[in-house]
Design a protein around this ligand. Sequence first.
Ligand SMILES: Nc1ncnc2c1ncn2[C@@H]1O[C@H](COP(=O)(O)OP(=O)(O)OP(=O)(O)O)[C@@H](O)[C@H]1O
Length: 242
Amino acid sequence: MSLNINNISRSFNGKEVVKNVSFEADPGEIVGLLGTSGCGKSTVLRAISGLDTGYRGEVEINGKASRKVEASTGFIFQEPRLMPWLNVMENVTFGLKGKKESKDEIGRKYLRDVGLAGSEHLYPKELSGGMAQRVAIARALITSPEVLLLDEPFSALDAFTKMQLQDLLLEIWEEYRTTIVLVTHDIEEATYLCDKIVILKDRPGRVGQEIILDEPRPRRRGSNALANYKTDILNSLDLSRV
Ligand SMILES: Nc1ncnc2c1ncn2[C@@H]1O[C@H](COP(=O)(O)OP(=O)(O)OP(=O)(O)O)[C@@H](O)[C@H]1O
């Protein structure tokens, strides 16, 4: 599905925090929303998601204006937000209708996809942070979303788990070709994952620059090409001397 974000502005208590933000995501594209803390990334994502409707401007999904949470949209947040009284399988299949056996069969497929086969009966308190976030990814995928909105999904994880889950996200994207909008403040993450990076800057937040990453996958972390993109981003954020 395509996304057209047209001139989104948002004020809270009379203070504008995001101003005239516009960008597009083509079907199957991974678009990063990158910027320093407080520049309005989550505010823009909440407008796209339909969770917030108090903005000016327009969000178009496949060419159609939308101001509600669409069934075709999946969410992954910074914290997994699992229900502690439900086990892994029950958390993942919670939103599905139908008989338990058929729900469990679908659940097993998505748990396999995220590398959690065999963990169906564990409860959230028995999971590591990375496992819990894998459950959250499976829960988002099980509704077959055509758009995935990710708000700093890996920022609470240690560096190694973060890299594993970034690769998992790419594997999943290879299989489902979902359109993805990823909010992040992690420049390495953005350059490793994204086809396009929309840089938000200033207060109120506005689009500073769009960077197209014309770089085939699989990408190599630490490659010169990605380092060059990182320099471009730091320059765009006026952070190259920090
Ligand atoms: N519901 C709200 N009520 C009042 N102010 C808000 C609300 N939501 C966001 N803001 C303000 O809007 C600004 C942008 O917040 P937002 O969370 O979108 O930034 P962000 O770029 O995602 O930051 P971070 O990277 O730290 O999560 C901040 O100054 C924040 O305090």
